[in-house]
Design a protein around this ligand. Structure first.
Ligand SMILES: [Mg+2]
Length: 288
């Protein structure tokens, strides 16, 4: 999907193949030769609209925090924290990528080089420690710490990238509580191998009341994020009251499970097929 098609010739061949297979729906697909990441990366990296959106979400989270702290029956993790949490100290869990750290420079590199995401290039990017702050996140976290809230960073960056991640966060001024492990990487221990973060939320829930979850991906809130679009919608609807009160989502149009849901989260499918499935997923006006 993110791999730009190399030559016009190949584009035409691919388009012709698809046109032969599915003639009724090939037109816009054929016209799409620009990287799918261009607009979303440009928007995230440089628009005042993204900044305003992110600032507003974090401001709302800050406003809701007092209510979250005052109400001891309040938890943001219904799946991991069913009961017995009222007396525990409050914690906030934040995702890292595109929630606290802005990695749009990596996405821009993908656009400019025509490459797709790969751990072989992602690792060196992370180790460069050049990610910027997502607008509003630092202020929110500082305020939360000031109110006695324990801040956890729960990320699917893998364990070998922990030092670089901590360095990048610290260089930007993000507080990291070193009295215990508050930066929970994927695979840091055997039980945390999964990209599903529920196990790590449950780990935190043992000793804390989880007051808020903040992320850019549905998986930062629930483990059912790898379902179909309809299944994801059903889980979202079930938790409707959480959004804007206990769950806060930062816009990420560059990547995420919202995209892969349209092709069964199967990144092994050929890129043309994944793009076609996304294309087919759109509800379309019949035209004038
Ligand atoms: Mg993220």
């Amino acid at each position: 999907m993110r791999q730009a098609i190399g030559t016009l010739g190949l584009t035409l061949v691919v388009a012709a193949v698809i046109q032969a297979a599915v003639p009724a729906r090939a037109v816009a697909f054929e016209a799409q030769t620009e990287s799918e990441l261009l607009n979303s990366t440009l928007w995230t990296q440089s628009s005042v609209e993204f900044k305003g959106n992110s600032l507003a979400i974090y401001k709302l989270a800050g406003l809701m925090l007092d209510q979250a702290l005052a109400d001891k029956t309040w938890t943001a993790a219904p799946d991991e924290q069913a009961s017995g949490f009222e007396g525990k100290p409050p914690a906030v869990i934040l995702d890292v990528d595109e929630t606290v750290l802005d990695n749009s420079a990596y996405q821009a590199w993908l656009v400019k080089t025509g490459k797709s995401f790969s751990s072989k290039t992602w690792g060196p990017f992370v180790r460069a420690e050049i990610s910027g702050p997502v607008p509003g996140s630092l202020q929110f976290i500082e305020d939360a710490v000031g109110k006695g809230v324990k801040v956890f960073y729960v990320t699917n960056r893998k364990a070998p990238l922990e030092d670089a991640t901590r360095n990048n966060l610290k260089a930007l001024g993000y507080p990291i509580d070193d009295s215990e492990d508050t930066v929970l990487m994927r695979g840091e221990i055997e039980a945390w191998k999964s990209s599903k973060k529920g196990v790590r939320r449950a780990h935190i829930a043992q000793n804390y009341r989880i007051a808020m979850l903040i992320g850019d991906n549905f998986g930062d809130f629930v483990d059912g994020y790898k379902g179909s679009p309809a299944e994801r919608q059903a889980i979202m609807t079930k938790h409707l009251d959480m959004w804007g009160t206990r769950w806060f989502v930062i816009a990420n149009p560059m990547y995420g499970s919202w995209e892969s849901a349209h092709f069964g989260h199967d990144w092994k499918l050929p890129s043309e097929q994944r793009r076609q499935m996304k294309h087919d997923a759109m509800e379309t006006w019949a035209g004038p």
